[in-house]
Design a protein. Structure first.
Length: 301
């Protein structure tokens, strides 16, 4: 065998293995999309007047879950090449070659069609419209923007904050200030949450060509300022449900306490600018939101 042939053999990728059901499930990112269902359920609960129509709630959750799964699948289809360049994503079904791109594309389109149809026919058209906006903004705006601007995080927070609004509209079939309050909490919470993630994986994002803020901010000075700003903004925004009569003083007090603790972690991360502190902020963020929403639901007026 001549040297050129040896080089070609050495560089050839390993033969792809047959896809399994687990590979197709992984495309839908069920663990990550669990938060979508939780926030949708919170919006539904805050809007509902007893008794609950459990079948209607089930249709709202399943339709939302299918739409979120479609977004995840189509996102992985669109990012299969940069995913292959990042260690933490290189073993995903598409970059690893276990699932054909055409199959993933077809699955994503099918999930979107079924999910949106379920929302439109069995919930209401407004909720289906919000689901479509979530899906299209995630795939057509957020996904390509990650390659050319750090503003992608702000844009990506929009579809991430719509699920509780979908829960609200599933019940009320209309938007209102209460739904916007839920949207604002989720929107602002996502910013320090995702900035912490971007600090943790800045090398991976750089390798994949993603221009997340920590990638283009070498000393993390701008990233740190934004973390502090969003943590500060989250405090008054989280009080909106109490001020609007959705909850009472008990929620107000809990939101203040939780917001101050979260701010402490944000200030520590912004001051130290280290991966351990970013990890602490990330953990604090995934503790803060469920606690806040749980108190809101328990204190519903």
């Amino acid at each position: 065998m001549d040297p050129a042939t040896q080089i070609n053999v050495a560089q050839a990728p390993a033969a792809a293995t047959a896809p399994s059901l687990a590979d197709y499930i992984e495309l839908a990112k069920p663990r990550l999309n669990f938060l979508v269902l939780v926030t949708t359920a919170v919006g539904y609960y805050m809007a509902v007047r007893w008794p609950v129509d459990w079948l209607h709630l089930l249709h709202a959750l399943v339709g939302t879950a299918l739409t979120a799964a479609a977004a995840s699948t189509l996102n992985q289809y669109a990012e299969r090449r940069p995913d292959a360049l990042m260690p933490r994503t290189a073993n995903r079904p598409l970059p690893a070659g276990r699932v054909e791109p055409a199959h993933a594309l077809g699955l994503g389109i099918a999930l979107a069609a079924v999910g949106l149809a379920q929302l439109a026919l069995l919930v209401n058209p407004l909720t289906a419209l919000l689901g479509a906006i979530t899906l299209l903004s995630y795939i057509l705006l957020y996904t390509p923007m990650k390659r050319w601007t750090s503003l992608c995080t702000i844009v990506g927070a929009i579809p991430g904050a719509i699920p509780p609004v979908m829960g609200w509209t599933a019940v009320r079939n209309s938007l209102g200030p209460e739904a916007l309050a839920l949207f604002a909490i989720l929107f602002i919470w996502q910013m320090p949450h995702f900035l912490a993630i971007a600090i943790l994986y800045r090398r991976d994002y750089a390798a994949g060509g993603f221009r997340m803020l920590p990638v283009i901010d070498p000393d993390l000075s701008m990233t740190s300022r934004q973390i502090i700003i969003y943590c500060l903004c989250l405090l008054p925004v989280s009080l909106a449900p109490a001020l609007m009569g959705m909850a009472s003083a008990a929620y107000f007090a809990a939101a203040v306490a939780l917001g101050l603790v979260f701010l402490k972690f944000g200030l520590s991360c912004a001051s130290a600018r280290t991966r351990p502190d970013a990890r602490k902020l990330f953990i604090a963020s995934i503790v803060y939101l469920p606690l806040l929403l749980a108190v809101l639901m328990m204190d519903k007026r």
